[in-house]
Design a protein around this ligand. Structure first.
Ligand code: SF4
Ligand code: SF4
Length: 81
């Protein structure tokens, strides 16, 4: 089974644990500016948007760290490359 990163922005609480995990994984620093995932708060309704940089390498560490289920690793029917 292949594994994919599933995104559900409606569950995001804006904690940025994902972005900090990405930054420490890829750069060895807890620096949000160095993350490949971005959490943006919509001011009009307080919800959050989740977007990824083209530099994201798909390691899924951010999903494993998400405490709210907004990012999850899911198994798909495809095969692993
Ligand atoms: S999947 Fe992408 S955004 Fe998530 S931790 Fe890995 S490199 Fe960062
Ligand atoms: S996606 Fe998950 S870890 Fe990232 S800010 Fe939202 S709730 Fe926090």
């Amino acid at each position: 089974m292949a594994k994919e990163l599933a995104v559900n922005p409606g569950r995001c609480i804006g904690c940025c644990t994902c972005a900090l995990t990405c930054a420490i994984t890829n750069h060895g620093e807890f620096d949000l500016a160095k993350a490949f995932i971005y959490i943006t708060r919509h001011e009009f309704d307080g919800t959050f948007a989740i977007t990824f940089s083209s530099c994201c390498r798909g390691c899924q560490k951010c999903a494993l760290a998400c405490p709210a289920g907004a990012l999850r690793v899911v198994e798909t029917a495809g095969t692993v490359d």
